[in-house]
Structure formats: C-alpha cells, structure tokens
Design a protein around this ligand. Structure first.
Ligand SMILES: Cc1cc2nc3c(=O)[nH]c(=O)nc-3n(C[C@H](O)[C@H](O)[C@H](O)COP(=O)(O)OP(=O)(O)OC[C@H]3O[C@@H](n4cnc5c(N)ncnc54)[C@H](O)[C@@H]3O)c2cc1C
Length: 379
C-alpha cells in the first residue's frame, strides 16, 4: 500500500505540498486548524518577484526563487486545469523606481549581475519611465525595469489549489481545532490529535503551519525558529488612476489586480500574533501612495487587512527533515516570498518524501540551526 502523508496547515505551502505528494502516489491528508487558504496566504499581494526580492547578489536563495519562478506558468496551468479555477497570473512586469541619484547606484549594480538571468531587464531614464508608467510622480528620475516579473491573485490561488487537491484525491480536513498531541515513533510513524476529538496517523508528517511552526519544539524538542512578522496592506479603487506595472519604491509597492483594486503594501511589524490593522501602519502606506501616484493623494483605501509572515532568523525558509527525526519534514518560514516559492517548495518536499534527497547540504535545511536543535534535545 502507498505510504501515507499527513500535512499540517492548509495555506499555500501545505496545499502545494499536498498536490505534489498526491501526484507522486502518496495517500495525503491535510489537516487545517481553521479554514483552508491560510493566514499569510490570504493576505499576500501575490507578487512573483525573484529579481526585486533579491537585490544583493547571487546565492542559493536567489536560485530557489528563480527556480520557483520558472516553474510558475506550468504549475499554475496545471492547478487551473485540475481545479477549473482561475488564479489571475498577470505578466505585468515590474519597475523599481528611483527618486534620488543615491537610489540609482544599487539598482544599476543589480542590473549588472541580474541581467544574465533576465535578458530583457533594463534601466529606464526619466522620460522612458514616464512613457511606460504615465501616472507615476514627476519626481521619479528612473527605474529598473524587469518585464519578466508577474503576479497572481493570492486568495484565488489558494482557492484553486484547495480545489485541485480535492479533485486530485487529497483528503482535506478543515476546522480541526488546535493541536493537542503529536507523537512520532520509529515503529508506527506519526500520530496527531487535534482538539480532544480526532487522531490522524501517517507514515510521514509535513509541517506547513506558517508563522505558527515554532509549536513543533514542544512535541519533538527540536527548535524550529519561525516567528511572525505582521504585514499591513491596503487596496484602493483602481478607477482612481492607472498603475500598469508592479511598482516598487523604497517604502512600499503598488500592484493592480483584476478585481478592480490597486493593492499597496506592506508594513513589517513585530507584533507577536496580533493580526489587527493599525492607523499608523496604514497611514505610512497612504502617505507613500500620494507621493508616488498623485491621484492617490488624500484618498482612502477601500480595504485594509493584515497577515503574519512566517519569518526565520536568517530570512530564508526551512525546507527539510527534522534532524534525527526523518518522519517529520518542515516546510515553513517563507517570510515575504511564500507565494513565489510554492512550486519549488513542493518539489523539494516531494523529493524528500521519495527519499531522493536528504536535507543535509540543502541551504534551507533545519541543519543550519542544528546547534540550537542539539542544545534543545540535550536539555
Ligand atoms: C501583507 C503580506 C504580503 C505578502 N506578499 C507576498 C507577495 O507579494 N509574494 C509572495 O511570494 N509572498 C508574499 N507574502 C508572504 C506569503 O504570504 C507567505 O510567505 C505564505 O503565504 C506562507 O504560506 P504558509 O502556507 O506557510 O502560511 P499560512 O498561509 O499562514 O498558512 C499556515 C496555515 O497553518 C494553519 N495552522 C497553524 N497552526 C496549525 C496547527 N497546529 N495545525 C494545523 N494547522 C495549523 C493556519 O491556520 C494557516 O492556515 C506576503 C505576506 C503578507 C502578510
């Protein structure tokens, strides 16, 4: 009989891993504490921006982002085909806008090292910038243009991924309540109890619980250093004016969505697990909106919301087996790029489930925090 896989957490990472695992022939169950669609996932702006998100230089994280980005069109096509839902993948391209000469040098350095991976990337001077993005502030003096970058509508991606999982035969268990017990034994695999009601058993467990993933430490005594960073974000009525590209400034970004809004994000607050929206958080976004697009000056967003990004100590995700406990795989800590990184994460988890690779040597494994883990175990 096929091996069974239990996935904890029904955000985009859990759903992507579930779809991959079921495609590889595993019997898959996803158990979600509340509703499917995730917490950070539903809040995300949905930008697929491997170049804009990696300004500093080539490293394994950039390679992971790029790899995931390359997989995206085919991955989305499959999800749309299986689910019958649309995720609104939009090849808008992006502009990283400079307002001062001091902004230009790092962007031009970026252009040098990134162009081999994106041949169409180029520097736009002031007049070309204003011709491709006519409503941007006249104070903008140039921009790094990346025609390849794109975006999806994250809440729709989550709906489509959930439906694709259902149709592909994944067992989906929403509103399972809080985790009350987790046991791992070499002989009988993994056993997870939610609330005081139901227990699920499986050969392997994949933990995809986003910002809440630190809970694992209580049950397996291995530190999983993930913490929440709140992102506050808002949306304007797109009827106010035109935004053609994903536009990044040093303080905020703007992206037009097919639902008739311009989404503007996002704060990065340390606020524990508090998901409330604050006047201060949104005020910073509205102030910058007016500076970058004058038609947004003084306008009130039609909606504002917040989500908790799952952050790690080094800003890179955790994708790998728990040291000394190969029955448990962690796929969490995707911070600002979990939507982008979903296909690549699912592929990595699939390879781990097939035991085609182990976590050691993988730049995203828990091994890099191993010293912490070992210390925790010996307590
Ligand atoms: C404002 C904002 C903007 C963003 N913009 C972008 C963007 O443009 N591009 C991009 O790539 N990324 C973006 N991100 C980041 C992205 O949203 C996250 O990295 C990604 O959604 C993480 O997905 P996840 O499935 O790990 O977490 P989540 O979506 O948070 O899902 C985790 C799930 O686990 C469940 N859970 C928790 N504990 C348990 C338990 N014990 N048992 C069972 N279930 C449990 C939760 O209920 C939740 O449903 C943004 C995030 C925010 C907040």
């Amino acid at each position: 009989m096929a091996q069974s896989v239990l996935i904890l957490g029904g955000g985009i990472i859990g759903l992507s891993c579930a779809l991959e695992a079921t495609g590889l022939g595993f019997r898959v169950t996803v158990v979600e504490e509340s509703g499917f669609g995730g917490q950070a996932t539903g809040a995300a702006a949905g930008m697929l921006a491997p170049f804009s998100e990696n300004p500093d230089g080539f490293d394994p994280f950039f390679r992971l982002c790029l790899d995931s980005f390359m997989q995206y069109p085919e991955w989305v096509r499959e999800i749309e085909e299986i689910s019958g839902e649309r995720v609104e993948l939009s090849a808008s391209g992006s502009l990283n806008v400079a307002f001062h000469e001091a902004d230009m040098l790092p962007m031009q350095t970026r252009l040098q090292w990134q162009r081999p991976y994106c041949a169409q990337m180029e520097w736009l001077d002031e007049s070309r910038l204003h011709s491709v993005e006519p409503r941007i502030s006249r104070k903008a003096i140039g921009a790094l243009y990346c025609p390849a970058e794109s975006h999806v509508f994250a809440p729709k991606l989550a709906i489509a991924a959930e439906e694709a999982c259902r149709r592909a035969g994944v067992r989906l268990v929403p509103h399972a309540g809080p985790l009350s017990k987790l046991e791992v034994t070499k002989a009988s695999g993994v056993s997870v109890t939610m609330g005081d009601a139901q227990t699920w058993r499986a050969d392997r467990l994949v933990v995809c619980t986003g910002a809440w993933s630190g809970f694992l430490q209580e049950w397996i005594r291995v530190g999983v250093p993930v913490h929440p960073i709140r992102g506050q974000i808002c949306a304007y009525d797109a009827g106010l004016g035109e935004v053609r590209h994903m536009v990044f400034s040093s303080q905020a970004y703007w992206v037009r969505k097919d639902d008739g809004t311009i989404v503007c994000g996002a704060s990065e607050d340390v606020a524990g697990f508090d998901r409330s929206v604050t006047a201060q958080g949104i005020e910073r976004l509205t102030r910058w909106s007016g500076r970058v697009f004058s038609f947004l000056e003084g306008k009130t967003p039609v909606r504002s919301w917040a989500g908790l990004r799952p952050a790690t100590l080094d800003g890179r995700p955790l994708i790998g087996e728990v040291p000394g406990c190969p029955e448990v795989i962690v796929a969490a800590g995707h911070y600002r790029n979990g939507i982008l990184l979903s296909p690549a994460t699912a592929s990595m988890v699939g390879r781990l489930l097939l035991a085609k690779t182990d976590s050691q040597g993988n730049a995203f494994s828990l091994e890099r925090f191993n010293r912490t883990a070992e210390k925790e175990r010996s307590r």
